[in-house]
Design a protein around this ligand. Structure first.
Ligand code: 6GU
Length: 246
């Protein structure tokens, strides 16, 4: 998969050299290219923003540098990428969208600072390409760079061969399947006693049916506690009589 990021803070994307994403790059599974938007300006101050038409606070990112940057990125590759525009006004970034985007060969991210990018840029590329305005949650960040790190990590770990063990996806909170719509429950490792605290005996029983039952109950308990909204909107058929008694 190829990923391009156009930003005025290329150094903000340095974490893409670390850990899972960094290793996927080193292995050649991910081709990540970070571009400095200011290299697509032509004035002495490398201006990327200006005051908003109609007045109001803040600054708006000018269309010309974005147009030149995106044309340059588009010309540098084969076929058409999906363009992901991080913005708090976008559609929610969900596990479902991460799965969809992980199936695309080429993604271009356009994190903005200030009050966002001149609307005409989104229209211009939206007329020709698949452009998605995406938000990572109901809070406001100073720019889209941190959301790009979030989205790239969520997408990259779904690529075949990136996560060590393909089974690791199976029980993810928000993964489709038997535990659909439930959060993951607690996990334990050695030692069997730490600061006087033991581990649930069922996990030592070797009884796989009972362990699966226990994990399902804990997942339900944690979801009820932390995300009652997920229980509310879940398919009643996905709940069992065990759940109702908890
Ligand atoms: Cl994608 N950008 C910014 N600036 N703030 C956000 C966001 C994105 N998602 C949630 N808050």
């Amino acid at each position: 998969m190829r990923l391009d990021v156009v930003t005025i803070f290329p150094e903000y994307l340095e974490p893409l050299n670390v850990s899972l994403v960094g290793k996927a790059r080193a292995r050649g599974q991910l081709d990540v290219r970070v571009h400095d938007l200011r290299t697509f300006t032509h004035d002495r101050h490398n201006t990327v923003d200006d005051t908003p038409y109609g007045g109001g606070p803040g600054m708006v990112m000018k269309p010309e540098p974005w147009g030149e940057a995106l044309d340059s990125v588009l010309e540098s590759g084969e076929g058409e990428p999906v363009i992901v525009v991080p913005t708090p006004s976008g559609r929610p970034f969900t596990q479902e969208l991460a799965v969809e985007l992980s199936g695309k060969p080429w993604l271009v991210f356009t994190p903005a600072r200030y009050e966002g990018i001149d609307r005409r840029v989104i229209e211009e590329y939206g007329d020709r390409l698949d452009v998605r305005e995406v938000s990572i949650g109901d809070y406001v960040l100073a720019g889209g760079e941190a959301p790009v790190l979030v989205m790239v990590e969520a997408i990259a770990r779904l690529l075949p061969g990136v996560l060590g063990n393909a089974e690791s996806h199976r029980d993810d909170s928000f993964a489709p399947g038997a535990m659909a719509d439930l959060l993951e429950g607690p996990v334990y490792t050695k030692p069997p006693e730490w600061r006087g605290r033991g581990i649930p005996q069922v996990l030592l029983s070797g009884h796989h049916g009972k362990i699966a039952r226990w994990r399902r109950d804990e997942a339900f308990r944690r979801t009820s506690e932390n995300r009652p909204d997920l229980i509310e909107r879940c398919d009643p058929a996905a709940l069992d009589k065990h759940d109702r008694s908890m």
